[in-house]
Design a protein around this ligand. Sequence first.
Ligand SMILES: Nc1nc2c(ncn2[C@@H]2O[C@H](COP(=O)(O)OP(=O)(O)OP(=O)(O)O)[C@@H](O)[C@H]2O)c(=O)[nH]1
Length: 363
Amino acid sequence: MRQRAITVSGPWFLWINLLFCLFILGRHYFSPSQQIASVAASVPVLEILMGLILAVSSSAIFILRMAHDQYAEWLSKFLYGTLLCISALWVGCFYVFLASGDSRIVFPFAALLIFTALISLYFDGRVLLSFTLPIWISILVCNFIYPSDLTLLNALLYLLLAGLFESGRRILRGWFVLAIRREQENRELIKQLQDLANNDPLTGIANRRSFHLLLEKAMQRQQQCGTPLSLVMLDVDYFKKYNDHYGHQAGDECLVKIGQCLADAIRSTHDAVARFGGEEFIILLPDAVEQQAIEVAERLRMNLQALSIPHAASPVMPYVTISLGIATVMPGTTSTRLIAQADAALYKAKENGRNRWQVFQHY
Ligand SMILES: Nc1nc2c(ncn2[C@@H]2O[C@H](COP(=O)(O)OP(=O)(O)OP(=O)(O)O)[C@@H](O)[C@H]2O)c(=O)[nH]1
């Protein structure tokens, strides 16, 4: 957010400097009074200083606009250096005016520059001070060197301006910090909402809703490119008995372990594992033909077996086992039908004795 502010406010402030320069260069037209005319002797110096500010400001505006990465860290450092340089040039300009006994333009100009700097750079204290501090200090010092202008009124004005500047900076900075905090909170909230919408709260893997979205996308791609696609649906064997034996809490922990085991066993970038409901999980295997899906199913079964989660109440094995149904897309298969086929194959695997996989048979 700070980088965004720099790339928006930085060029604006540089434009202000450009305009102020043009005003000084054309001062004879704006105020052809005796006092300003007395600066005439120093005109070449002044013209050079203004020319330099014009050149530095316009180059910096160009570089900031052309910057490839508008959020790059170097932009802040670049603006810091540029403003320090421009500020030094303004100090020279004000010195020329004060030295030639013409302070009329100095004070309002310095105040305007300092307050426009505050408006555009308040979010970055270092950059703000790099511009304002040299101007502030040099005017004070000049007043001591040329004490004709050091009146009580001027001193009071300096104090008043310093107070206004600091209080304004604090208020603006407070709003900026609040905006940053709100943005971070919103980002976290959006992430939480996305997690809630897409992930199963118990196991942390994708939920049924996001699985359907992934499946629809994969089906579209399959229809466009004619690539294969398979599904593996699986169900924990005798999970009701597990709950009854070990308690619902242990059942939850068992589901978390199974979800993790499945997620670890798939190619994370291509495939997707989701909790389909209760103790049922589903795995989407884009680009996988039937044989590859069988290999994945067997791997999942073996990985879970390797975990050896005790299931004393299971009539199949003394540890938790799963049954799996496999279905592969055929021409004209819809997503709903593919899920139904994987479910039918799973039912068959259960019927055939559980702790096994079964491929859907097209008769
Ligand atoms: N602990 C826990 N249990 C769940 C959760 N979701 C579903 N279950 C339980 O899973 C059990 C599923 O039981 P059934 O559908 O009869 O299936 P099963 O006992 O696994 O038998 P088969 O599938 O035929 O092997 C039920 O007792 C549900 O209460 C959950 O989030 N946590």
